[in-house]
Design a protein around this ligand. Structure first.
Ligand SMILES: [Ca+2]
Ligand SMILES: [Ca+2]
Length: 337
């Protein structure tokens, strides 16, 4: 008897209540041959994950939403979904693995294919580091572009343009472009977004790539208006120059954050000099207001400055002709190999 019972017990430790084996989402979407097509395409699998948006948020008909576990995220595309399914809840579901323009989907056939697990809450978004793109491993996952805690934003590169049931625009994450796709179904208003805006953004990693091998077309899909935070820095009215992220290695994609400001009516020059007093980079010239920005270590000729020490000088000229100056020493470091 024991010989018969043991394998059953072992099997059941991998089983759901319904008896199906539960795969991690990474296992469900695995592409071991790297052809951009899920290896389990057409097969029916069971996964368990936390829902990160309303079930109808990304659909014009039926249901299109995203769920994720600790390993990966996935699009759920279905004609039926439980009406009481809410963001932050964990559900187990069974469905067929499909692919749509590079996007891996799981497609449950009916409401019977879902079962409620619990309510752990929406997971914290995965923070993109500077220069990091949205990529296959982030597809279906909640992602943050721009880090509010570090005051490190993304910069809108293009004005939103209307395209097929939504809006597209690009943002720079450091020196990497991230395409943003705002679906009309989300109700997000992009009228206040324009090129040059600094933003902190949250969205789901998406993909729309109509050609093999489905390795491009990654995009960020904001869910709500609150996923798009436009950053309008307040720089204070006292004469000051502050830097953070110094030393930094521009050749490694690092930047230094610079903040400067002063009383109203003051115009600013912000200049990088080398140790013998040559002016190499004019970061502000007769600017009528302070600013916060990230300097990438390039000079006026768009070349990276060589490693070494430099002087950053802020000069303020008041309307009465008074001149204020302050300096910071800046160190450009070598990239670590
Ligand atoms: Ca494959
Ligand atoms: Ca994909």
């Amino acid at each position: 008897m024991i010989k018969v019972l043991l394998p059953v017990m072992v099997l059941c430790s991998f089983c759901s209540s319904a008896g199906a084996q539960v795969l991690t989402i990474a296992e469900a979407r695995v592409d071991s041959d790297g052809d951009g097509i899920p290896d389990l395409l057409g097969e029916t699998v069971t996964i368990s994950g936390i829902v990160t948006c309303e079930t109808t948020l990304f659909s014009t008909s039926g249901y299109s939403f995203y769920m994720q576990d600790a390993t990966a995220g996935i699009n759920v595309y279905a004609y039926e979904a439980p009406g009481n399914m809410s963001p932050g809840e964990e559900w187990e579901l069974t469905g067929e693995i499909k692919a749509y323009n590079g996007l891996t989907e799981i497609s449950p056939a009916s409401v019977d294919d879902y079962s409620y697990v619990g309510n752990p809450g929406i997971p914290a978004p995965i923070q993109l580091v500077r220069n990091q793109p949205v990529s296959e491993v982030l597809e279906g996952m909640l992602v943050a572009a721009g880090d509010q805690g570090l005051t490190q934003w993304v910069t809108v590169a293009t004005d939103p343009s209307s395209a097929g049931g939504g809006y597209n625009f690009d943002v720079w994450n450091g020196q990497t472009i991230i395409p943003v796709r705002v679906n009309e179904t989300t109700g997000i208003d992009v009228s206040s977004v324009s090129a040059g805006n600094r933003m902190f953004m949250i969205g789901i990693g998406g993909q729309y790539d109509s050609t093999e091998p489905y390795d491009s077309g990654y995009q960020l899909l904001p869910r709500y208006q609150s996923d798009l935070i436009i950053f309008n820095p307040s720089v204070g009215d006292y004469f000051h120059l502050d830097v953070s992220g110094n030393p930094f290695a521009p050749a490694r994609g690092e930047t230094m954050q610079i903040e400067y400001g002063g009383p109203q009516g003051v115009h600013f020059n912000l200049t990088v000099y080398d140790r013998v007093g040559r002016d190499l980079a004019h970061l502000a010239a007769n600017s009528p207001a302070g600013d916060i920005f990230n300097w990438d270590g390039r000079d006026d000729w768009n070349e990276f400055l060589p490693m070494g020490q430099y002087i950053l000088m802020l000069e303020g000229m008041s309307s009465e002709g008074d001149r204020l100056t302050t300096t910071e020493t800046v160190v450009i470091a070598a990239p670590l190999e």
